[in-house]
Design a protein around this ligand. Sequence first.
Ligand code: ADP
Ligand code: MG
Length: 383
Amino acid sequence: MTSRRALPPGATLGVLGGGQLGRMFVHAAQTLGFDTLVLDPDAHSPAGAAAHAQLCAPYDDERALAEMAGRCDAVTTEFENVPAPSLASLAQDIPVAPAAAAVAICQDRAAEKAHFERAGVPCAPYAVIETREQLAAIADDLLPGILKTARLGYDGKGQVVVADRVALEAAWTQLRNVLCVLEKRLPLKYELSIIVARGADGQVVNLPVQQNLHRSGILALTTVPAPDVTQSQSDQAIARATAIAESMDYVGVLCVEFFVLEDGALVANEMAPRPHNSGHYSIDACDLSQFELQVRTLARLPLVTPRQHSPCEMVNLLGDLWFDGGREREPDWGALLALPGMHLHLYGKKQARPGRKMGHLTVTAATPALARERANAAAAVLG
Ligand code: ADP
Ligand code: MG
């Protein structure tokens, strides 16, 4: 159900999922005068704490979904693992963006890669593995590779690097023989991502291309402007993400992650049907953030191309920072905030765990070199 009119301030925007992405969506929605309603089974969710109201129920709870449809004027999602049928059921009553069908593609690596191919976008050579026969029949040149569960993987979880066929067999057992994708392991020069927003009228805008550094499969650092990315790679990334969005008739914010290979070729890795960790910098370094873009697409407000006003580095603050040789501690925020150009975002999570995303820090400066220098100073303070 799509109506053409923009939602007025005071309308209620709903979000499925109460994590940090939902929290930053809520902040942006409230800035534009909207009420917000979060659905999350966790009563202490980061987004629920910021929203006007939270429904505390599983994502497939029919009563909660009916209540959401009754109280909201439009609904979005903050993570791709909400059941697509929940989005489809909400869409019978109110506008939902992104649509269930697009989210269903993004939540399954096999469907995602098939979609990249349909959109004419190259991705790593791969094979879908559902049976022992398929495992035995994979081509030699997919090894060494990475075996990834088709569903529910994130931050490098549900992935095993495999050197040969023996390791591949063991890895599939380790992953409990679920539906997997085996990808050839590619020589990465660097990684980048691009965020596009597409409105219900088909207009597409994009943020500047982001260069990303991962540690242990988790995003550690995003640098914008991307220091190593050429103009033609940037143009190509934007064109490909736009093609991917258009071929799904996508409405909302979409992030596409790319590998850049040694020879400069751009290869699509994965996509997310929502704002992305690598786009958090846009809150502090651009005149229009990825979260406001999500609000605007959902509320059918105009889209304009964001302009980056400050070079920046975004550093993820993982739970590891809360531990010193096994002892829990609070990082020295006072010392950090005494430095210039610090934009600290903490998600209000009560429990720190190694690898858990507790917050992020965007460091801005007048030049990329100074942003780098300040990020180094911040890292020295945080230890
Ligand atoms: P997640 O859903 O956990 O983000 P990704 O598929 O993006 O999973 O993989 C996480 C990281 O692992 C990537 O950002 C990249 O650094 C590395 N990686 C993944 N696939 C490959 C590959 N085919 N070749 C080389 N490195 C890879
Ligand atoms: Mg990834």
